[in-house]
Design a binder for this molecule. Structure first.
Ligand code: ATP
Length: 241
């Protein structure tokens, strides 16, 4: 008789439990708890200072929680989790003297899951010359390059902090399409942005933060179908000054 092997469900792609970050007297994130499955594109929304960047930094492992727990595919934050996470920080992270092709080489050296051919293809579609030094590129073009490199990794979880803030409106849709195209069904994306109107058509779910606390984590359809309004209008109403 065959031995009975019970099926064990895989752990969620991301779990945060009572995650808290204090900077002195400032509570940047306050007992944040979430469970995220694979295959979701999640908008991380909230007013200035609500804790979006702080949350993404802690999941990426570049800031340490004051309290609480983070697991990525069951791993605590460490080398195993970092290998699964592709993180686009809020600020540019390359030296301005580096050329685009050097940035590609840097990623190829650093990340085993980096697909250099995919990155080159995406950059060519965006019209970014590989020989250009970063210093010669506009702010929006640097953002395009960095987003492309981050998305050309075969990661499980992509953390994108304000990925299109400096990109002109005409190029935003194209960039978002590029993001979606690179996205794989077994991966999830958490995308922090103030450009709610631009991104809402691309999102499955959203998380609303205020004063470091989670107000809501719901499918976009909760707003569009349940309340008959857009996510942008819902956000503006919720956070009216
Ligand atoms: N290194 C730091 N030292 C002190 N306070 C910090 C630090 N980083 C963030 N904070 C504070 O933590 C809170 C959350 O900041 P965070 O940058 O995470 O917000 P955010 O939602 O990303 O804001 P924005 O939309 O303006 O980018 C703010 O009150 C901020 O001033």
């Amino acid at each position: 008789m065959d031995a009975f092997v019970p099926e064990v469900a895989p752990p969620p792609l991301l779990e945060c439990c009572d995650l808290t970050k204090r900077y002195g007297a400032t509570v940047a994130l306050d007992r944040f708890t979430v469970s995220l499955a694979a295959g979701r594109i999640v908008g991380l929304l909230g007013p200035n200072g609500s804790g979006k960047t702080t949350l993404l930094k802690m999941i990426a492992g570049v800031a340490h929680p004051t309290a609480g727990d983070i697991r990525v595919a069951g791993y605590e934050v460490g080398p195993e989790s970092k290998a699964l996470v592709s993180y686009l920080p809020e600020r540019p992270y390359f030296s301005r003297s580096m050329r685009v092709r050097e940035m590609i080489a840097f990623f190829a050296d650093f990340y085993e899951d980096f697909d250099a051919a995919l990155a080159r293809d995406m950059l060519a579609r965006l019209g970014v010359p590989e020989g250009a030094p970063c210093a010669a590129l506009s702010k929006g073009t640097v953002e395009k390059v960095q987003l492309t490199l981050v998305m050309a990794r075969h990661a499980a979880l992509y953390l994108l902090d304000e990925p299109i803030g400096g990109v002109d409106p005409a190029a935003r849709d194209y960039i978002l399409q590029t993001v979606i195209r690179a996205y794989r069904p077994q991966s999830s994306i958490i995308l922090s942005t103030h450009l709610v109107r631009d991104v809402e058509a691309f999102l499955d779910d959203f998380i609303l933060l205020r004063y470091g606390q989670m107000l809501l984590h719901a499918p976009v359809a909760y707003v569009t179908q349940g309340k008959g309004t857009t996510l942008d209008a819902f956000f503006r109403e919720e956070f009216r000054c």
